[in-house]
Design a protein around this ligand. Structure first.
Ligand code: TPP
Ligand code: MG
Length: 710
């Protein structure tokens, strides 16, 4: 890409007498796209300068500013250049500028141990990314969305991080990252690691439900996570007076039984000390804390926002509190730097910015044809112990599978509502807490979104979470956390997110609209999730093991009606790869009847009563759906009927039909048929529910009609 920005560079040869050393080695030009922070330090008066020390050591104020000031300048100059690149059309999306927030971001991240402590940064934490592992070059690449960006162009601007380095990449949905930090910190501690969490949120973000959920979980689980609130007085254009009604956001700590503190966020040293103090306190007594940093925003919310809603007077006041000039002054006063020393430092920073921009602009755009498009990680599952039992109910199959998983995987844990002593709402977890203890069979607070975030964070530090939703219906509480965050995790970060989700689902139990749904249609709309829907004890056992040992977020739908009503043998050979396949329940040549969950049993009954030869298939893997076995059956029978328990537009029946018609419509001798409930909420009264619900009789009527017509 040609760039008139290149022209600046030629004039900017590094000063021979620069006091500011930036590591340069390798590559043709001698420039390499990685900044070595251990040598990024000021060497005024040829004094040795300590490298950054991390918690539990503390920097002196003088040593702190020697590192903090260059970082703050680097962050600001880089962002100014990004803004310029945005205005020139090189950067797409937008740029949310952190100018004014550098005191908070540098202060809060300096004590952390990169790669060890669990962190989620926000859209105004540019300097913290630099301090915790990103290089200026990488950040520019990320904003340009080019082939070398940390997300390879799969995500833009602030949605980056380093999942493997425990700097979790944020999603746009504010608040959602907090519970991941809680889960990651808690899980790493369970593994015996001495870690802390830093979960950053803005004043606006504190109004989200997830802020409460994450704080509450952290407090109950005693996870040492510092919830750092960057209070810059505005959320986009909304002032704090319209955002909350307490005096200080740190006052909210009382409600969680934890401590809270407010500091001047424009004072980097004050923030640094407050974070170190909080880590000391969390070390002595593992529990979360709130640190509110009163910060400011010297630009609008993002590149397009002129911030006309901020009064001139307030802006002037803010400019007087700009953290950069104050940090600069500290270099003079505390560190004894002369003006030329500081100017040399600033020029060296400017040069680093230039180099990064110029090098990043040379990088190719992502190439769609060779891009890694997969939304699924594909690490092969291990071979597991074979298991057989002559007869078990579906609910017992769940219990047996969970017992196997917990017994063979010390890093696995089960989390959900009432799964401990009570043994879960449908008793499928009975006895597990007695065998594995409350640290591995965990009764969680009632908060499905926070629970999913907690599990996602835990999955990133080497543990293997299993989440039970009490009813599948309550999984809708976690749509963005599960669908948008967990589902896209591998695509965005390249790191696996192995989590098993269990969803007791389905109707027929007179439970009405909020306790009877399946939601396979909803969850299949999110790329990156897998869905298994077993119908027999054998399938149930296999689905739970396959879902657990898979390296992606997997949902297993467990039909509640089948838990204790249906039984059968389990004979599992131990090869998990063979599990991911369509199940044939009856063999036939006149009609292919595809069914899911409890409808499989209704379909089998209907097939048994029918005089013609019906082939009943359960796709078992609902997402990603492989239509080929269904197509092969249709090639034989020439007819396709799909039966689903939910309303016609809510399930996957239409998807099955569409795939068969699109790929092999010529094999059909008549139009395919969908047997489904009407598109109404599942009604409560038994007469109304059974009127809506498909059953063997309705299926049989449909089959006879279909076969009679052809
Ligand atoms: C859940 C959610 N709703 C709306 C938005 C759109 N949005 C992006 S940033 C923002 C303001 C955030 O304000 P604050 O939390 O105070 O952080 P700041 O931008 O001030 O640093 C809004 C409303 C979002 N990202 N997430
Ligand atoms: Mg704000």
């Amino acid at each position: 890409m040609a760039s008139n920005l290149d022209t600046h560079v030629a004039d900017m040869s590094p000063r021979a007498d620069s006091h500011f050393h930036v590591a340069r080695s390798g590559g043709k030009s001698g420039w390499r796209p990685s900044l070595d922070w251990s040598v990024l330090r000021i060497d005024a008066a040829h004094q040795a300068v300590p490298d950054i020390v991390h918690y539990p050591e503390r920097l002196s104020e003088e040593a702190f500013y020697r590192v903090a000031y260059p970082l703050m300048v680097l962050s600001r100059r880089l962002e100014e250049r990004l803004l310029e690149l945005f205005q020139k059309g090189y950067v797409k999306g937008t740029v949310t500028i952190s100018v004014g927030n550098e005191g908070t971001t540098v202060g809060m991240s300096m004590p952390l141990r990169p790669g060890r402590d669990v962190v989620s940064l926000l859209h105004r934490d540019f300097a913290a990314h630099l301090l915790l592992g990103s290089t200026p070059y990488q950040l520019v690449c990320q904003y340009l969305g080019n082939a070398e960006s940390p997300t390879h162009g799969r995500e833009g601007n602030v949605h980056h991080g380093d999942a493997a380095g425990r700097r979790f990449p944020m999603i746009s949905h504010l608040g959602k990252m907090l519970s991941l930090v809680v889960g990651g910190t808690w899980a790493a501690r369970q593994r015996g690691e001495d870690v802390f969490g830093l979960a950053v949120i803005g004043d606006g973000g504190t109004s989200t439900g997830e802020f409460h959920e994450a704080l509450n979980i952290a407090s109950v689980c005693k996870a040492p996570v510092l919830f750092l609130v960057e209070n810059n007085h505005y959320a986009f254009s909304t002032p704090t007076s319209a955002q909350y009604n307490c005096e200080r956001l740190s006052d909210r700590a009382v409600g969680y039984g934890i401590s809270g503190r407010t500091v001047d966020g424009t004072d980097a040293w004050a923030v640094y000390r407050a974070v170190c103090d909080a880590m000391d306190a969390m070390h002595d007594n593992p529990a979360p804390a709130i640190l509110e940093c009163m910060s400011l925003r010297l630009h609008g919310h993002a590149a397009y926002d002129k911030a006309e809603y901020v009064s001139r007077q307030q802006l002037q006041q803010w400019h007087r509190r700009d953290p950069l000039p104050r940090a600069r002054q500290k270099l003079h006063e505390l560190c004894g730097f002369s003006e030329p020393d500081i100017v040399a430092l600033e020029e060296a920073v400017e040069e680093e910015v230039q180099q990064s921009v110029v090098e990043a602009l040379k990088v190719a755009r992502p190439e769609p044809r060779t891009h890694r498009w997969s939304v699924y990680a594909n690490t092969a599952p291990p071979a597991v112990k074979p298991f057989a039992v002559k007869r078990a109910k579906n609910g017992e199959a769940v219990n047996l599978a969970l017992e196997h998983i917990l017994a063979h995987n010390p890093d696995a844990f089960l989390a959900g509502l009432d799964i401990g002593t009570y043994g879960s709402a449908f008793k499928t977890c009975k006895g597990l807490i007695d065998r594995f203890g409350p640290r591995r069979v965990i009764d969680m607070p009632l908060c499905e979104s926070g629970l999913v975030g907690f599990a996602l964070g835990a999955s990133q530090v080497g543990t293997r979470p299993i989440v039970e939703f009490q009813f599948a219906d309550f999984s809708t509480e976690a749509v963005s956390q599960l669908g948008l965050n967990a589902g896209t995790w591998y695509f965005r970060s390249g790191k696996e997110a192995p989590i098993l989700f269990r969803l007791p689902c389905g109707g027929g139990l007179t439970m009405g609209a909020f306790h009877s749904g399946e939601y396979e249609g909803l969850w299949s709309r999110f790329p990156g999730l897998k869905i298994l829907y077993p119908a027999t004890p054998q399938e149930t056992y296999e689905a739970l093991l396959a879902g657990f040992y898979d390296c992606n977020p997997c949902l297993v739908l467990e039909h509640k009606l089948l838990y204790w009503s249906k039984s059968g043998p389990i004979d599992f050979g131990g090869n998990l790869q063979k599990v991911w396949r369509t199940r044939r329940h009856t063999k036939g040549s006149d009609l292919t009847l595809v069914a899911f969950g409890a409808m499989v049993h209704e379909a089998v009954v209907a097939a048994g009563r029918c005089e013609r030869s019906i082939e009943v298939l359960n796709p078992f893997v609902l997402h990603p759906l492989d239509p080929e076995p269904i197509i092969r059956s249709v090639e034989k029978t020439g007819r396709l009927m799909v039966v689903q328990e939910c309303g016609a537009t809510q399930g996957l029946g239409d998807m099955v039909i569409s795939l068969v018609v699109r790929r092999r419509g010529s094999a059909l001798r008549c139009p395919p048929v969908l047997i489904a409930a009407p598109d109404v909420p599942v009604p409560f009264a038994p007469e109304l529910e059974s009127y809506c619900r498909p059953n063997a009789e309705k299926i049989l009527t449909g089959i006879e009609q279909m076969l009679g017509e052809t």
